[in-house]
Design a protein around this ligand. Structure first.
Ligand SMILES: [Zn+2]
Length: 364
């Protein structure tokens, strides 16, 4: 069945022919309708995969300050203003439409991403109403142009949305409708998958380990194929292995009922009752919390609950005896220990390199 495929492939041949007529005279980039400021100082010709001819942006120097690269370029333009020789000034890049600073965007960025960055720079009053894709653009461009403030703003905004979403779920049902409108207008919350994906490709350290640990606590069988692609196969393998390992540790930790220590039982006034209640507590609470299908409890948290709360039907002497055993505490610390090992593995994880803008200095 190769034939229909070949026919289908032949179709796009008409495209370059149609373009040929217009490319006889080289196409000039047009000025952006929103971000070409007549009183701007530097002209950029931004070229992207979705816009190979490019768009001209004329920007203000004060607005370019957050970017280390753009402000360095601006200093170069300022220097050009001090040059007396008009002919030489003419040659300085960025001063005129005919001499723009060429900024080719990497393949993962489109023109809309660049415009979103300018919206972030020029229109801070609109930040709160932007969707997640806007913030993803800001992150990508801020990484590309070394804008630390931009990266920090995205981290802050994501954190704000997560906290907001948690606050909405914590508010009693009666007040929910009201709370949603007063707390936030945006409902889009960055998922652990998105944060992990972005931290992997744009090296946002604030998200990398926390997002992975969050995925570790979720039911990964519910991840879609798209989400698995998004976190990457290496990470997915690490995730499935880590989750299986932790599940095994949890299951084996609670399999046997640890016997109450003889030292405690020898001084106990109700040894028979304590034994029965301890065994029942183990099956009805400890095992159920560990094996809970929807909300399994962390073992370290369970130990704290046992320390602070009582163990139903077990006398204080027996309770203190068992909870004080180093072996017992070790048992409930195993999960956390395994998680620490996973975090170390993540620190060593080889993240892909990022594209950074490097202006090409031509001539001379
Ligand atoms: Zn007892």
């Amino acid at each position: 069945m190769r034939q229909p495929h070949a026919l289908h492939e032949a179709k796009p041949l008409s495209l370059p022919a149609a373009m040929a007529s217009s490319s006889d005279t080289p196409q000039k980039p047009s000025r952006d309708s929103e971000f070409y400021f007549p009183d701007g100082v530097m002209v950029f010709q931004v070229v992207s995969a979705d816009n190979p001819i490019g768009i001209l942006f004329r920007l203000h120097p004060t607005m370019l300050k957050p970017s280390k690269f753009l402000s360095a370029l601006f200093e170069l333009a300022q220097y050009s203003a001090t040059i007396k020789n008009a002919a030489e000034k003419f040659l300085i890049e960025g001063a005129l439409d005919s001499q723009p600073i060429l900024m080719p965007l990497p393949d993962n960025l489109v023109m809309a991403d660049f415009r979103n960055l300018l919206k972030w720079i020029y229109q801070p009053s609109l930040w709160r109403h932007q969707d997640l894709s806007f913030w993803v653009s800001v992150l990508k461009l801020s990484t590309f142009l070394a804008i630390d403030d931009g990266i920090n703003a995205v981290v802050e905004e994501f954190q704000r949305r997560i906290v907001n979403a948690q606050a909405v779920t914590l508010v009693p049902k009666m007040a929910t409708a009201n709370a949603e409108t007063t707390l936030d207008t945006t409902k889009e919350v960055p998922s652990a998958v998105l944060r992990y994906h972005l931290s992997l490709h744009y090296h946002v350290d604030a998200w990398f380990i926390p997002a992975f640990m969050e995925l570790l606590d979720t039911d990964i069988t519910t991840l879609t194929q798209q989400e698995i692609y998004s976190i990457g196969f290496d990470s997915y393998i690490l995730l499935t292995q880590a989750q299986a390992k932790i599940q095994k540790i949890r299951r084996s930790a609670v399999f046997d009922v640890p016997p109450l220590p003889s030292s405690a039982v020898s001084g106990c006034l109700t040894p028979g009752s304590c034994y029965v209640h301890w065994t029942a507590f183990w099956s009805n609470w400890v095992r159920q919390m560990v094996h809970h299908p929807d909300q399994p409890a962390k073992m370290a948290k369970m130990l704290v609950d046992m320390d602070t709360g009582g163990v139903k039907g077990v006398c204080e002497q027996c309770k203190a005896g068992i909870l004080g055993l180093p072996k017992f505490r070790e048992l409930f610390g195993k999960e956390e220990q395994a998680e620490s090992a996973i975090k170390l593995q993540l620190i060593a994880f080889n993240r892909p390199s990022v594209d950074i803008f490097e202006p090409v200095v031509e001539g001379n």
